[in-house]
Design a protein around this ligand. Structure first.
Ligand code: GDP
Length: 491
């Protein structure tokens, strides 16, 4: 029998949160926009650049309300949730614009409120709308989303799934120490804190090794084992899955019983509050993916990204019989999956990156067996750190990108100091994504997969206008993303 995934109290709390959100929405229209993605996908940079461009009248030709002059003002306001850290926009933008360094990445949830004053396009709407829309941007680690499926798993299922995966492929190399230690202990012996800690540490080290491994991107729950926040060392984070558990219930007071109880605690003190207080209140969502890095790392990394996308999208497009849909009162009606850092490619490849990502998303949706309606896919760069040029090589024009590699980056043995700029031929993505996926799926064709030169560049130097004003952060297709995510709410 599936475990009871929620209690009446949870449902009532969600309903209440949504009701009070709705009531305040009537007076003051608000849109809660979730920004997520696995770590280093580009969430912090995306939000910083988006807000900077809106506040400073950036170049956003495809964002219709702005282009047509209907936006009369954009301001940052105090964010409404007192218990959630504010997204430190000012610090991040100072790093980006003044110091030309990348800001600190997302480690936990944070929030920022932006209010747009606008005039409706139609006279009818002008009569009824307040001409004001607040956007609460909620930034949270994608790793936390991967925890949601745990709500419907009991400890036995969680252990079986996790151990099975740990015994396959690359992961089997990384999980040896943890699994060997687990095999040595008697799980039905009286519970002992030091054993629990040792197993939990070895399990966390395994998760961390998966994430650090060059060949794969980790996509494994529990998410807080990698990003513990203020729960580090608490019992709810000091457990581990156990291999090959017997069928009968654990003896009371045993290590197995303790592990099971802590797993349940993880769900109730970590996963449920996140679900109830944050996830269940989102209206729209952008999922950022670093598809370029995965392509560059090789087939296993791409397959891992595909699996992670399936898990993430499963949270947003729950089918009718999915446990999440039973809990969600309001539905996220638009999801944008955006491949970030497109400035690492020449513009000819931007559409190709988009096509590869779209195919990745379609395949992910196929594995979760649900309709993909409402999911849009784009390639963008929140910050354009490069410009394009052509160089002549052997009489041929070669499209290159020019930027300042970060200190310590090397190409062909040459090491950069963080000040000198250089031209790089980034390589091409395939014109036809089907060929790419054929090569991906067939190990004998792996040698044909594209190789890209991905360097880390410093953020760009911003131009100043004649009167000393700094222009807004350059980007690629951020305006398209904005139009999709909020354009209709400013119509
Ligand atoms: P987070 O973990 O999702 O918050 O990731 P960040 O926003 O901190 O981004 C991680 C890193 O990716 C940054 O430090 C940059 O090096 C790089 N990055 C993110 N967005 C862009 C972009 O639009 N262009 C370029 N060139 N690099 C980016």
């Amino acid at each position: 029998m599936p475990p009871l995934i929620t209690s009446i109290a949870d449902e009532a709390a969600i309903a209440f949160d949504n009701l009070s959100d709705r009531a305040s929405n009537l007076v003051h229209p608000t849109l809660r926009l979730g920004v997520t993605g696995l770590s280093r996908a580009g969430k912090t940079v995306f939000i910083s650049s988006l807000v900077h461009n809106l506040l400073h009248g950036g170049r956003l030709p495809l964002f219709e309300a702005m282009r047509s002059g209907r936006v009369s003002g954009v301001t940052l306001e105090e964010q409404p949730d007192d218990a959630v850290p504010r997204f430190q926009y000012e610090d991040h933008i100072r790093a980006l614009v003044r110091d030309r360094i990348w800001p600190d990445s997302t480690r936990a949830i944070s929030e920022l409120r932006l209010t747009i004053q606008y005039e409706s396009a139609s006279g009818w709407s002008r009569m009824f709308s307040s001409g004001k829309l607040s956007i609460d941007i909620v930034d949270y680690p994608g790793e936390w989303l991967l925890d949601l499926p745990l709500l419907q798993q009991d400890y036995r299922t969680f252990s079986a799934n996790t151990v099975e995966l740990a015994r396959t492929g690359i992961r089997s190399e990384l999980s040896t120490a943890w699994l060997e230690e687990s095999a040595k202990i008697d799980m039905d012996a009286p519970a002992d804190e030091m054993t629990a800690r040792k197993l939990s540490t070895l399990f966390s080290e395994y998760l961390r090794a998966c994430k650090a491994d060059e060949r794969s991107l980790s996509t494994l729950p529990p998410g807080r084992f990698l990003m513990p926040g203020d729960l580090e060392g608490s019992p709810a984070l000091t457990f581990a899955p156990l291999p090959d558990m017997p069928d009968e219930r654990p003896p009371s007071g045993s290590l197995r019983a303790m592990m099971e109880r802590r797993f349940e605690a993880y769900k109730s003190v970590v996963v449920k509050p996140f679900f109830r207080e944050h996830f269940a209140r989102l209206d729209r969502q952008i999922v950022l993916v670093d598809a370029l890095q995965a392509i560059n790392r090789g087939p296993e990394a791409v397959q891992d990204l595909e699996r992670a996308l399936a898990d993430v999208l499963g949270c947003f497009r729950p089918g009718t019989n999915n446990f999440l849909s039973a809990l969600l009162r309001r539905r996220i009606d638009k999801v944008l999956v955006a491949a970030t850092k497109a400035d690492h490619l020449h513009h000819e490849s931007h559409d190709r990156l988009q096509a590869v990502t779209r195919r990745l998303v379609d395949r992910a949706i196929e594995t979760i067996g649900r309709s993909g309606a409402g999911i849009e896919v784009m390639a963008l760069a929140s910050v354009r750190a490069t410009r394009e040029a052509n160089v002549k090589e052997n009489g041929e024009d070669l499209p290159v990108i020019v930027g300042t590699p970060m200190a310590g980056e090397t190409i062909g043995g040459e090491r950069f100091d963080g000040n000198r700029s250089t031209a790089v031929f980034p390589g091409d993505l395939p014109e036809d994504p089907s060929g790419f996926f054929r090569e991906l799926d067939d190990p004998s064709l792996h040698a044909h997969l594209p190789h890209l030169n991905i360097l880390r560049f410093r953020p760009p130097k911003l131009e100043e206008t004649g009167d000393g004003l700094t222009l807004s952060v350059p980007h690629i297709r951020l305006d398209r993303a904005l139009q999709f995510l909020i354009g209709d709410r400013l119509a």
